[in-house]
Design a protein around this ligand. Structure first.
Ligand code: HSE
Length: 436
């Protein structure tokens, strides 16, 4: 059978990895796919660099539209990134009847509904294993491996840059800014690291997973997003003393009133496996009714780990492209006419537990005032830690862990506590998940 022809848009780190792994493992991949998969055309603005990578094995052009216009190309891989030109090219590739493989989580989290509808209308596949957690086959697991289950929640460390920063802050007791510089020097964080450190990249990935886990549309605009840029080393230390690690988690949870979709720093019991995922590694924990808890761990970024996911999609499409589109695995796991309109809940309706740090005057009655306010808001305390004031100081840190409560109640209690004259600085509030 003649090779399936692939056009690659963008041959940066992941594109290069895809080309190299496909070349290196060509025979093994062919034995699985039943056909040779050949990248026969590459589009990149840096034509010289692209030629240096692919040699004479593929035609190199500067204009991506030449790839899309080539009738011999069956699959287009989009590795340009972002919502701008990448969106346009994906829409054009679909309109030209090409199957699309993309690693672009931002594009799918924001424009997925439009893109999947266009693909359905044209009878083509859009595959995106590489968009979430790099080399970990989490899309495959959620969409196919767990298909018997009613998924209850998932929680993931899905941004390696921030996990590296948090690991270093904890290990070395360093402040956020110092570790961020180190992450940039090591090439983990982008020169503009906003998407990573402000939780946006993780929220794109959590949005995609929420859609596949619960059969809802992708709704990035409804996600609650908080990053780690304001996290202080002191809170990592206190959390440690209380038996917790702080991780940036992407959480999607099905509750009676709707879906929680949120990314924020979170205390996780140190004894959980996921709390021990260190450095730039990723992990996703999934709780489902039949299988129970499963955990997926691996490299969430990098040239060949991400290429591994891109090529898995190429093999899937090679196997399935002649199948009736109605018999293929739906893009978002659920049949498109069976997507649910469960609401994504606003953050003030989310139920979770909390870590609070209050800088307070070290005087009689402060603890009683604070705990009284929590009690009047119906918030039950799980643990309290008070550091002895240093000699000569008349103020100290009061750390409180709570049981679950509605975030709205916590907001009200915090506003009252903040107004106390004995509370001397803005209250630090972090959320806590037991993941049990
Ligand atoms: N910037 C991401 C991370 C990798 O740090 O995990 C690509 O999504």
């Amino acid at each position: 059978m003649k090779p399936i022809q692939v056009g690659l848009l963008g041959i940066g780190t992941v594109g290069r990895g895809t080309f190299e792994v496909l070349t290196r493992n060509q025979e093994e991949i062919q034995r699985r796919a039943g056909r040779t998969i050949q990248i026969s055309m590459v589009a990149d603005l840096d034509v010289e660099r692209a030629r240096a990578i692919v040699g004479n094995q593929a035609q190199v052009v500067a204009d991506a539209r030449q790839v899309i216009a080539n009738p011999d190309i069956d699959i287009v891989i989009e590795l340009i990134g972002g919502y701008g030109i990448a969106r346009q090219l994906v829409i054009e590739a679909i309109a030209a009847g090409k199957h699309v493989v993309t690693a672009n989580k931002a594009l799918l989290a924001v424009h997925g509904t439009e893109i999947f509808a266009a693909a359905r209308a044209k009878g083509v596949m859009v595959a995106f294993e590489a968009a979430v957690a790099g080399g970990i086959p989490i899309i495959k697991a959620l969409r196919e491996g767990l298909t018997a289950n009613r998924i209850q929640w998932l929680a993931g460390i899905i941004n390696g840059t921030t996990n590296f920063i948090l690991s270093e802050m904890r290990d070395k007791g360093l402040p956020f800014d110092d570790v961020l510089q180190q992450a940039q020097a090591l090439g983990y964080a982008e020169a503009d690291p906003t998407f990573d450190i402000e939780g946006i990249d993780a929220a794109h990935k959590a949005t995609i997973m929420s859609a596949i886990a619960f059969g809802i549309p992708v709704q990035f605009d409804k996600a609650h997003v908080e990053g780690i840029s304001k996290l202080q080393a002191a809170d990592i230390r206190y959390a440690e003393q209380l038996g917790y690690r702080i991780k940036l988690l992407g959480i999607a949870k099905r509750v009676a009133t709707g879906i929680e979709l949120r990314v924020h720093p979170c205390l996780v019991p140190a004894k959980r496996l996921i709390a021990n995922v260190e450095g730039a590694m990723n992990a996703v924990m999934v709780q489902a009714d039949a299988v129970g808890t499963t955990l997926y761990y691996g490299k969430g970024a990098g040239s060949e780990p991400t290429a591994s996911a891109v090529i898995a999609d190429l093999v899937d499409i090679t196997r399935l492209h002649t199948a009736d589109p109605l018999n293929r695995v739906p893009h978002l796991a659920f049949q498109p006419d069976s997507l649910s309109n469960w609401p994504v809940l606003p953050m003030d309706q989310v139920v979770t537990s909390y870590y609070l740090r209050l800088r307070v005057a070290d005087q009689a009655g402060v603890l009683a005032d604070v705990t009284g306010m929590l009690a009047r808001s119906g918030i039950s305390i799980e643990a309290v830690l008070q550091r002895a004031a240093d000699a000569g100081e008349n103020q100290t840190d009061l750390i409180i862990l709570t049981h679950d409560c509605v975030e709205d109640h916590m907001n009200q209690a915090m506003a009252q506590m903040q107004a106390l004259p004995s509370v001397l600085a803005p209250i630090i509030r972090l959320r806590k998940e037991d993941l049990s």
